[in-house]
Design a protein around this ligand. Sequence first.
Ligand SMILES: O=C(O)CCC(=O)C(=O)O
Length: 424
Amino acid sequence: MEQLVEELSLLLLNGTLLKEVQETLNELNTPAKSSFLTALRRSIENIKTGDYNSSHGWIQVAMDWSWEQLHAMHWKDLPISYRRLYAYTAILDAMVYCKEERYSNAMEAIDRGLLLGAPVLNDSLQRWGSAVSTVIRETNYKRKGQPEFDEKISSLPTKKLKNAELYPADVINTSVEVLHSPPSLLHFKEDYMKKEKPVLIKGCINHWPAMSNRQWSIDYIKSVAGARTVPIEVGLRYTDENWKQDLMSIGDFIDKFILLESEEKEGEKAKGYLAQHQLFDQIPELRKDICIPDYCCLSLNESAPSDAASSDDVSINAWFGPKGTISPLHFDPQHNLLAQVIGEKYIKLYSPEDTPLLYPHETLLTNTSKVDAEFPDLNTFPLFSKATPLECHLTAGDVLYIPPKHWHYVRSLTVSFSVSFWWK
Ligand SMILES: O=C(O)CCC(=O)C(=O)O
């Protein structure tokens, strides 16, 4: 940590940071961009004299300016330079908070920078994230004399449920093909990827640290990542009108949506879901606990010079939530391995051939069906009854292969943590 602060102080003193900022600003054609540079210069002058209060004030001016630019256009059209500028402000903010030993504030600044910014200064934000997170953990440890541990929390993911609680009334059998040991790469490619056939592989991730020596539980996640800020989907389905996204710490998310939810049993309250988030890029400590399945190296792209896709091309997402989260029926363009680390999920799949029977939204959400896959309104969507679902029940250790463009509906049956791997 001291080393990082020193490293950054040096970059401030020798002008490297300001030079990079100036180069980034040169790439942009935005009015009033000089106000960003002026604010940053002032904040750095204040850091050098130890006037941290004024420094925060100037950083805030620069941050507000870049925040406005981030929101001035659609995310996908946004030049990456704006995200870099935001990252510089986050790094400076975090540095000042660290000098003041306000580590929770530093952590929040870093995560906002990681979520909204882009890599700068040799990926400093990620390194700061790990360092500050360690300081927070150690401080908690010293304060409590032991790692954070709560019996009520740790018993959650292992709680066994009766079948009646797990399955919707009409589902008894798994109709997706089930393999009880991992297939060879060749077998997987020929019989599932090429044939575009879903398959459930039991115990496929039992060798992951997250399933063995560093077994994930709610208290483990809270102690490793509780201070980190993440985007949470609030609402039952992303297709609902009152659905929104909030930023909050994983610790608050666990207290508010995972623990409360299990105490209140079902509860009609809005669900919170840490969904489709690249958590492992943000928190390398958790990335160490999972492994990219070898199958993700397989490609059907015959025109590619090599048959193998690189692991850099695999997009890894976390899906962490209470019992009852729902991902409405939708499809994605890539191959997907959905791995279940904690808890259980019910999944319904439809082949792309059924698309005309599934009533996709006509605009924006064209990859999402208008039909509630579990409780369909057949008066409004009569053709849906002709579609042929495959169903399965994913339990901890399992991996489900979902071929590209296969429709899938997912409901968690318990507190659940899944990790998805998408690749081309
Ligand atoms: O687990 C979920 O809720 C949804 C997962 C999903 O849609 C995916 O992996 O593509």
